[in-house]
Ligand binder design. Structure first.
Ligand SMILES: [Zn+2]
Length: 124
């Protein structure tokens, strides 16, 4: 799903994108000639491989995002939450994909390994 950079104005434009059991929704607001702010949430189930036992499991994912989008090269990249879309098209699916890839690069354990049999406790 792509949104033209020029179509986003100073009043927030809502978007909603669903893919692979995930819902990514939020709004885009122009903050300057070449900058757009994205605020949104991602919700859903992500299929992950356990880093310990390798089992595939479903991870209930929920996150809020606040990103700055630019249609030109950003000189100051100290702020890592800037994404450049030099072709003038905001690629919503790309943003969702990079968030999920970042999640997958974390060390995540399936519920079984995460609890660890030794330290498993039930709280009442
Ligand atoms: Zn595991």
């Amino acid at each position: 799903m792509k949104i033209l950079f020029d179509k986003v104005q100073y009043t927030p434009k809502d978007f909603r994108f669903e893919e692979g059991g995930l819902l990514f929704k939020g709004s885009l607001t122009r903050t300057g000639g070449h900058s757009i702010e994205l605020e949104g949430t991602i919700n859903g189930d992500v299929e992950l491989d356990c880093n310990r036992c390798g089992a595939t499991f479903h991870y209930p994912y929920e996150t809020t995002l606040k990103l700055l989008l630019s249609d030109q090269i950003v000189g100051n990249k100290d702020d890592l939450d800037i994404i450049e879309f030099l072709d003038g098209q905001i690629d919503i699916s790309y943003i969702l994909e990079s968030e999920i890839n970042a999640l997958k690069s974390d060390y995540l354990y399936c519920p079984k390994c995460d609890n660890g049999e030794d330290s498993f406790e039930i709280e009442f």
